[in-house]
Design a protein around this ligand. Structure first.
Ligand code: SF4
Ligand code: SF4
Length: 166
């Protein structure tokens, strides 16, 4: 994955795709869940997370208490030691998040705790969540960070424009 080229392309199209997602806040095309599922399947034929890891390099997951318990046990620490070494609590949300970016568990662009990774990581980039338009703000935030989300929204915009005469 050429992340430099991705960032350039995403930056050029971000305004247009953001406007599309904002329009989805007001108008949801008929058959949207089916359309998203169809288009998302095409995305994962073309985007390979194992050559990217941009989410792990540029964002932090939130760690739930269950995540902290599971992961700290996995790495042989207490939850308190784990939090002290790697995390801090966000003042506004109270969420536990990473101190560092890239994530400390990213090794050679792979997650070294994949089987016990935070739920937030396992669910990212949230394309399967429904109703899709409930997550428009998340997708707007991730357009320039996640090549999969960018590709999904770009292809959705093309399909909706063509098939629904937007
Ligand atoms: S825990 Fe793993 S998947 Fe989650 S951000 Fe860190 S390296 Fe990436
Ligand atoms: S989820 Fe998105 S940002 Fe993360 S590795 Fe996959 S394509 Fe890259």
């Amino acid at each position: 994955m050429d992340l430099k080229a991705f960032r350039k392309k995403a930056s050029a199209k971000k305004a247009k795709l953001t406007a599309f997602l904002q329009k989805l806040d007001d108008i949801v095309p008929e058959d949207m869940p089916k359309l998203v599922t169809e288009v998302d399947a095409t995305v994962w034929r073309d985007v390979d997370c194992t050559t990217c890891a941009n989410c792990c390099k540029t964002m932090t997951p939130t760690f739930t208490p269950k995540d902290i318990k599971r992961i700290s046990a996995h790495v042989g620490m207490t939850a308190a030691e784990f939090k002290e070494k790697w995390l801090h609590k966000e003042e506004d949300t109270g969420d536990w998040v990473n101190d560092n970016q890239p994530c400390q568990f990213l090794v050679n662009d792979m997650c070294s705790i994949y089987e016990v990774r935070p739920r937030d990581c396992a669910e990212f980039p949230h394309h399967y969540k429904r109703p899709f338009d409930m997550y428009n703000d998340t997708f707007i935030q991730n357009l320039h960070r996640c090549p999969a989300t960018f590709t999904l929204v770009e292809r959705l915009e093309q399909r909706v424009r063509k098939e629904y005469e937007w």
